[in-house]
Design a protein around this ligand. Structure first.
Ligand code: BG6
Length: 502
């Protein structure tokens, strides 16, 4: 049969940014050094930024050797080869503005600098303001930009704002922050970053589901037993205590990355891949998501203790630099959620995220039901069919299925069908920040969560956080290098399941 498929022509095959620049608040911070600056270099190196591209860093106090620091960040973090030519091109577009974030003079000077790069480098008035700064500074900086009129556009120019997660601390603060943002920037100029949506494996969830005939007929409560979404890290909190304490794993990871993964896994087919069509379907899922049982029995949080991990002794969370000895912040969170729709009613979605766990792994496991009847003399060795989307590392998809063991008897065993990106594709896979920053510069919003999704996610998380605040004694502990606290195992047992060992 010939391929009867028809697709709309892609008019955006050449995804190259036009004249523009980026204003980076927090250029000396960890995120800029590790992710944003290397991503900008990689984009430039791949020819996706115009030669006039400029990076305007805003710093609170004068720093020596800024260009050297930027170069080091690029050399340490770039994915593509660092060449003198591209490095020189990128560094020649760097300008630094020094001033307090709450001082109007800082924004006046920033305005003068933007005019200057426009005339000297040809950025054509187009700028993205990237807020890679602690969340408590968002309102100050947004007001500064607004009062100085730096958000204002003339015909054929654009100004956009990029806001790092977490967007708010709970529902009320997310709404308040949105009021501040949208007082300055129109809604379609606001890009809220969730870097998980920039990962190839995460975008592939939709390709896997909607470009194939195989999965959709079984993608529902008649065939799916339960779903496990895991984001495990083996590192501790390191030098990020100032940011992390008071936020914790549930707000840092589950509220955004994992609920987005849940929405992509569970949503109906969108009518197109426009931001609007995707948003409609994700919202429907988040709106229908609730705790699988009473909140107190469907939500667990814990902190790592001291202990051995990877052959070395590591400190307990409460002993880490900058963390109060009585901190109640969770370094592990796990939720049992359900989705009240015809497709999903009755199927638990288990979400867990934590630091200092057994190893670094993010995955989505769709665990199917056992067949209703098995005409085999023995079914020992036969597990449930499980489709695992390996978000990272070892990016790919595996499918566990039962198979006959070679030999003269009908013995069964699970085998794995594998798709590994490394084997299947030779194409360059951009880092999430590369992909998302380019989308901002091109003004393409499909991979950015919209405000309503963020608010719906907070509505879920707020219930867990409120239950925990009322019962401080429920804060459990777990050993470094383990797979989390006993209470998380007990939670799954109550629902008749157990955690996978990724
Ligand atoms: C960030 C969190 O969003 O994701 C960090 O704030 C976490 O705490 C990081 O370490 C992990 O990202 P990735 O892409 O390495 O899974």
């Amino acid at each position: 049969m010939t391929n009867p498929l028809r697709a709309a022509p892609d008019v955006r095959l050449q995804r190259i940014a036009g004249p523009c620049g980026i204003v980076l608040f927090g250029i000396t911070g960890d995120l800029s050094k590790r992710k944003i600056l290397p991503a900008l270099y990689d984009l430039a190196n791949r020819g996706l930024l115009p030669p006039s591209f400029s990076i305007i860093g805003v710093v609170r106090s004068p720093r020596e050797n800024m260009l050297q620091t930027i170069e080091e960040s690029i050399r340490n973090g770039a994915k593509t080869t660092v060449t003198d030519t591209t490095l020189k091109q990128v560094l020649s577009g760097v300008r630094i503005v020094v001033g307090a974030f709450d001082d109007p003079h800082t924004y006046a000077e920033l305005g003068t600098t933007l005019d200057d790069v426009d005339s000297k480098r040809g950025t054509a008035g187009n700028f993205a303001f990237y807020l890679a700064i602690p969340p408590e500074l968002f309102p100050t900086v947004l007001n500064g930009i607004g009062e100085a009129g730096l958000h204002q556009v003339t015909e054929n120019t654009w100004r956009r704002v990029v806001i790092e997660k977490p967007f708010g601390h709970d529902l009320a603060s997310a709404q308040a922050l949105n009021d501040v943002v949208t007082r300055v920037f129109p809604a379609d100029s606001v890009f809220r970053i969730d870097h998980y949506l920039g990962k190839e494996t995460v975008q592939n969830i939709l390709a896997l589901r909607f470009a194939n005939e195989l999965y959709e007929p079984v993608w529902n409560s008649s065939h799916v037993d339960h779903v496990q979404i895991t984001m495990a890290e083996d590192i501790g909190i390191g030098s990020r205590g100032g940011y992390y304490d008071g936020i914790g794993a549930t707000r840092d990871i589950i509220q955004n990355h994992l609920l987005q993964l849940l929405a992509l896994t569970a949503m109906e087919e969108p009518t197109s891949f426009s931001a609007h069509a995707l948003q409609i379907e994700k919202e429907k899922i988040l709106e229908a998501t609730h705790f699988f049982g009473p909140v107190g029995e469907s939500a667990v949080r814990a902190q790592y203790t001291e202990g051995w991990q990877g052959g070395r002794w590591v400190d307990a969370y409460r002993e880490e630099r900058g963390i109060p000895h009585d901190s109640m912040t969770d370094t592990y969170g796990a939720l049992a959620l359900g989705i009240e729709t015809r497709r999903w009613s009755g199927v638990p979605f288990y979400l867990r995220a934590g630091k200092r766990l057994g190893r670094r792994v993010s995955e989505i496991a769709i665990v199917f039901k056992y067949p209703p009847f098995l005409p085999f003399p023995s079914t020992d060795g036969l597990g449930q069919n499980t489709l695992v989307i390996h978000v990272q590392p070892n990016e790919g998809v595996t499918f566990n299925v039962g198979s006959k063991v070679p030999g003269s008897s009908m013995r069964l065993r699970d085998i794995t069908m594998d798709f590994a990106y490394g084997h299947a594709f030779t194409e360059y896979a951009p880092e999430p920040y590369e992909r998302l920053i380019l989308d901002v510069l091109l003004g393409e919003p499909p991979l950015f969560p919209q405000q309503k999704e963020i608010e719906l996610s907070w509505k879920i998380i707020d219930q867990a956080e409120q239950a925990w605040a009322q019962s401080p004694e429920t804060l459990d502990t777990y050993a470094p290098g383990s797979w989390g606290p006993r209470s998380a195992d007990a939670m799954l047992r109550r629902f008749g399941h157990s955690w996978r060992r990724p």
